[in-house]
Design a protein around this ligand. Structure first.
Ligand SMILES: *Cc1c(COP(=O)(O)O)cnc(C)c1O
Length: 434
C-alpha cells in the first residue's frame, strides 16, 4: 500500500483521503472468482458493483478465459486501420444480431467516453454530408453522464463532475431528468416528454441529435424513467427530423433485464453506444453502432474526404473482441436473462425491507441497476452512503456509492444466496447509521 500511495493517482478519488485510509484502509485485489473478489490477505468480497458496472458473467469465467487465451496464442493486437481480423468481424456480427433491426454498422473504440465522442462526431458530420450544416446542437438530459472526455462532458449534466471544465465545453440544451424533486414527487411521463418537446422546439432545425441514457441515468444515481419515455423521445426526434443517440454503456448487455434498455419500449435509435459489459468486464472495448442510412452518407471517393476521421490505436483489439464474442455466447449458454428474471423477486424483497429503514428516502431499480438514496440530514454520520459502502466490507461485500446513493450493480450472474448477502449486509449497515 505504501508503494500505491507513493505512485498512483486513482480516478474519481480524493487522494488526501486515500493516503490517510479515509474512510478506511484501501483494499488490494489480487484475484477474482465468480462473483467474488479476493484481496491480498485472502479475504473474499462479493463484487457488488461488478468492478465498476461492467462484469456480467463473473470473474475468471472458463469460456471467456479460454477465448482470450486462444486469441493470445494467435495475436494480441493488430489494427483495424487498413487491416482486419476475424474476431472483430465475429464480434461486430454478434453485436448486430443482438441489436434492434436497423442498427447494422459497428465502429469499435476502447472505452465508453470515446464511443460517445464517435457518436457525436458521426451525427454532426452526417448532417454536413446531408446538406444540413446548421444541425450542430446536441440536446441531452439534465444530470446526464456520458463519460469524461470533453465532448462527452459537454453533453453531460452533473455539476459536480462537469462544472469545473465549463471553459472547455461546447454549449448544448438540456431536457428534464426524472430525478425526484425536493418535495419527494417525480415528474410524470407527460412532463418529461413536454420538457423534451420544449427543448427541441427551442432549437428546431439546429439539432444534430438528442442524446439520452435510455431508461436509467446511471451516474445520476440510478434515476429511472417511466416506460414510454424512450418511445416518446424517438417520436419527438422523428417529428423534428433529427437523430436519436442512445448511450447504453451502462444499461446495455442485460443490465435492465433485457439485452438493451431500448427494447423495453421496442425502439431503435439511429446510433447506439455500447461499452462496459461488452467484454463481460474483461477488457477495454466499446462500440458505436449505427444504421445503414447514417453509414451511407459517409460513402464517396477517398479524395472527397467524406469518411469518418476518427480512430483509436486499440480499436477492435483482438483480445477484447474475443472476450466480446465469448461474453455474448455465455448469455445464450447460461440463459443469463432468464436467470435474472428468476432471481428478481429475491432482489425486490430485500429492497422492500430496505426502503422502510429510517435514512432511506428512495429506492430505484431497473433489473440489476439499483440506487438506494439516503437522506444525509437524518443521520449524524457525514457522507452516510460512503459510510455504508465502507461498513459492508466487514460482511464481505464491496460497494461504491454515488453521492448519497448506495449503488448495487452486481454481476448478472449473482446467485440468490449472494443477493441475500448483499441485501442483509446493506440493511445492517444502513440500520447502524446514527
Ligand atoms: C460509464 C459510462 C460511460 C463512460 O464509459 P467509460 O468506459 O468509463 O469511458 C458513458 N456513458 C455511460 C452511461 C456510462 O455509465
Amino acid at each position: 500500500m505504501a508503494r500505491d500511495k507513493a505512485v498512483l493517482w486513482h480516478p474519481f478519488t480524493q487522494m488526501q483521503d486515500w493516503v490517510r485510509d479515509v474512510p478506511g484502509p484501501p483494499l488490494c485485489i489480487v484475484a477474482g472468482d465468480g462473483n467474488w473478489l479476493v484481496d491480498v490477505d485472502g479475504n473474499r468480497y462479493l463484487d457488488g458493483v461488478a468492478s465498476l458496472w461492467c462484469n456480467t458473467h463473473g470473474h475468471r469465467h472458463p469460456s471467456i478465459d479460454s477465448a482470450i487465451r486462444d486469441q493470445l496464442d494467435r495475436i494480441a493486437h493488430t489494427t483495424l486501420l487498413g487491416l482486419t481480423h476475424p474476431k472483430a468481424i465475429e464480434a461486430a456480427e454478434a453485436i448486430v444480431d443482438l441489436l434492434p433491426t436497423g442498427l447494422e454498422r459497428v465502429f469499435f473504440s476502447e472505452n465508453g467516453a470515446s464511443a460517445v465522442e464517435v457518436a457525436l462526431k458521426m451525427a454532426l458530420r452526417y448532417w454536413q454530408l446531408e446538406g444540413e450544416p446548421d444541425r450542430t446542437t446536441f440536446v441531452s438530459l439534465e444530470d446526464a453522464y456520458h463519460g469524461d472526455t470533453i465532448g462527452a462532458v459537454s453533453v453531460g449534466g452533473i455539476d459536480l463532475f462537469h462544472e469545473a471544465f465549463g471553459p472547455l465545453l461546447f454549449p448544448g440544451v438540456h431536457a428534464p431528468t426524472a430525478r425526484r424533486r425536493p418535495d419527494g414527487s417525480k415528474p410524470s411521463l407527460d412532463e418529461l416528454l413536454s420538457g423534451m418537446e420544449a427543448a427541441l422546439r427551442a432549437t428546431s432545425g439546429r439539432v444534430a441529435a438528442v442524446v439520452i441514457e435510455p431508461l436509467v441515468q446511471g451516474a445520476a444515481g440510478m434515476q429511472c424513467f417511466p416506460d414510454g419515455y424512450v418511445r416518446g423521445v424517438r417520436n419527438l426526434c422523428d417529428d423534428e427530423g433529427t437523430l436519436l443517440i442512445c448511450d447504453e454503456v451502462a444499461t446495455g448487455f442485460g443490465r435492465t433485464g433485457k439485452m438493451f434498455a431500448v427494447e423495453h419500449d421496442g425502439v431503435a435509435p439511429d446510433i447506439i453506444v455500447l461499452g462496459k459489459g461488452i467484454t463481460g468486464g474483461y477488457l477495454p472495448m466499446s462500440a458505436t453502432v449505427t444504421t445503414g442510412g447514417v453509414y451511407d452518407a459517409f460513402l464517396g471517393l477517398t479524395e472527397e474526404g467524406r469518411h469518418l476521421f476518427h480512430g483509436h490505436t486499440y480499436s477492435g483489439n483482438p483480445l477484447a473482441a474475443a472476450a466480446c464474442v465469448a461474453t455474448i455466447e455465455v448469455f445464450e449458454t447460461e440463459r443469463t436473462l432468464e436467470q435474472m428474471a428468476v432471481n428478481d423477486h429475491v432482489l425486490a424483497a430485500h429492497l422492500e425491507k430496505i426502503s422502510h429503514l429510517g435514512p432511506v428516502v428512495d429506492v430505484r431499480r431497473r433489473g440489476y441497476m439499483v440506487g438506494i438514496e439516503l437522506d444525509p440530514d437524518t443521520v449524524a454520520t457525514p457522507l452516510p452512503a460512503r459510510a455504508v459502502c465502507q461498513a459492508v466490507r466487514l460482511d464481505g461485500v464491496v460497494l461504491r456509492n454515488l453521492g448519497d446513493v448506495v449503488v448495487w450493480m452486481p454481476p448478472l450472474s449473482i446467485t440468490s444466496d449472494e443477493i441475500d448477502l448483499l441485501g442483509s449486509a446493506t440493511a445492517k449497515a444502513i440500520g447502524a447509521l446514527r
